[in-house]
Design a protein around this ligand. Sequence first.
Ligand code: KG4
Ligand code: ZN
Length: 359
Amino acid sequence: MSMLVLGIESSCDETAAAVIEDGRLIKSNIIASQIKTHAPFGGVVPELASREHLEAIVPVVNSALTQSGVTIDEIDGIAVTKGPGLVGSLLVGLSFAKSLAFSRNKPLVGVNHIEGHVYSVVFENPPIEYPALALVVSGGHTTLFLIPEEGKYAALGRTRDDAAGEAYDKVAKLLGLGYPGGPVIDRLARSGDASAAELVFTVPRMDSPNLDFSFSGLKTAVLRYVKQNRIEPVVNGQHPSQQISDLAASFQDKVIRSLLARLKKAVQRHQPRTIILAGGVAANSALREEMRAGDFGAPVYYPSPQLTTDNAAMIAAAGFPKLARGEHHGFEFSAVASLKLENFILEGYEAPLKARYRL
Ligand code: KG4
Ligand code: ZN
């Protein structure tokens, strides 16, 4: 007997619902993006996001059911994102999922959004073999996990300041390139010469065994470079100058070096059998190329572009093993804006230090 899971995701600026069979087969995957609403502000405006989720949630879930050809009665369980994310946004999906589960008497599980990103690779790749390493790089997170067995996570390193995607978005805003910044910088960097725009910056000392990241110093170096070289931001969608393309290439090169250096160290230490690259920044073409070329001694799994950014298929996939084990979370659990994904700490690793920088 197959198991059908309805996934619901609303943690940031995408309202999404999906129906997944046995954790691996996508029957439908609907995503309503709010990019147009937030683009003029150069970032997500939380109040606007919650309002749009409220408007979108019913039609999005309805289309996911219609497109899958599955009725709500045939659904075996519901998986919903409980965090991390914007609390007002999370609550829309969560309240809706709870009401649906209650009224239709379906088991409900809350899923960590970052664990969802890890599961985004299960649809198009062979099964994950453990131990696995997962690098989750998105607008909100940059974390490297060791996954010794399914469902167990140790954070080997995380960002001490900005997430990699956040750095892309802030640099793009600074250069007048629009929102989200990742895809534009990715495209511009292809025609840029990284060595023509040298970025000078320091990263905080990180000599603990933690494989932590830091992108704030790099972002400040871009700002300094822009000021020193009197670079004008692009206005009204004009074609960016060669100087801006060079700067984009140089910035991107530094981000990729930093991600790959930590990943390589983790591979040497833990000898994984699968490497997972997930989250919005995993869509980056240069990062994918470098990962393909890197000799890690284990296969690297990525999601295809539509599963790279936020979606509900990955939430349903992460919820599937929990529901299949008979887990369900009742109706008491709530949204947790800063939910961590870590259920054990490796010996020698320490709780992360928090450093805050502002541009
Ligand atoms: O996973 P995601 O949709 O949302 C979060 O959970 O944060 O990731 C969105 C982030 C944005 O910061 C966006 O700029 C970045 O992913 N992104 C990219 C690319 N496509 C999206 N970054 C670099 N290169 C790309 N091609
Ligand atoms: Zn995400």
